[in-house]
Design a protein. Structure first.
Length: 207
């Protein structure tokens, strides 16, 4: 094991311990499920398994932190909530985890930071590791979504197709909840990866 691999392995162990202490048992089981699923997908597609593991462990580290506290902590780091995120506080934990990873863990890998930041919404332009984490977050066994096994099978064969299917399934889930609107990044992702016509048919529920 070289120095980089050794450091990643240590970070994974430290984050596992931190996550176990920092979140509810339900959330911790979800994080472990996402981590396992992301690592398996990363192995299939020739991505770094350790990097996928770190992204999985980080993604919901601040999920149970109240948004006002997240905002205060980001401001203390001189980081502002992006304007398009202001009306979507449920997404702030991704940015908070990325800032934590960069500032406190010294992680500079842009693909890990992108994956953690975008895991709730996706985006039109999104890297392979971020697509892996997005799929894993929707399809990990604890979610029990009816479409999850099929989406996961598709993602193993073709990561792009798995991401498309996960986008559609998550969008339908969100729009099925009264009062929920899609994040602008999710809208961009749908338009870019499925086409304008598909998005138009799926819903005008963003307004």
């Amino acid at each position: 094991m070289n120095e980089t691999e050794s450091r990643l392995a240590q970070l994974i162990q430290d984050l596992t311990d931190r996550a176990a202490d920092a979140m509810s048992p339900y959330r911790f089981q979800h994080v472990l499920g996402v981590t396992h699923t992301a690592c398996a997908l990363a192995a299939v597609h020739g991505l770094g398994v350790e990097r996928a593991g770190l992204a999985g462990l980080l993604h919901d580290l601040f999920k149970e932190t109240p948004p006002p506290r997240i905002q205060r902590e980001l401001e203390a780091c001189s980081v502002s909530i992006p304007p398009e995120d202001c009306d979507h506080p449920k997404t702030w934990h991704g940015l908070r985890a990325a800032v934590f990873a960069e500032r406190e863990l010294g992680l500079s890998d842009p693909e890990i930071l992108e994956a953690v930041t975008l895991h709730t919404t996706g985006d039109a332009e999104i890297g392979r590791l971020a697509r892996v984490l997005f799929v894993a977050d929707f399809c990990e066994p604890g979610r029990r979504a009816e479409q999850a096994p099929e989406i996961l099978r598709a993602a193993r064969q073709d990561l792009d197709e798995g991401y498309r299917r996960a986008l559609v399934a998550k969008t339908r889930h969100i729009l099925g909840k009264k009062g929920r609107a899609l994040h602008p990044r999710a809208v961009r992702a749908l338009r870019a990866w499925l086409g304008e016509g598909v998005w138009d048919r799926m819903g005008e529920a963003t307004g």
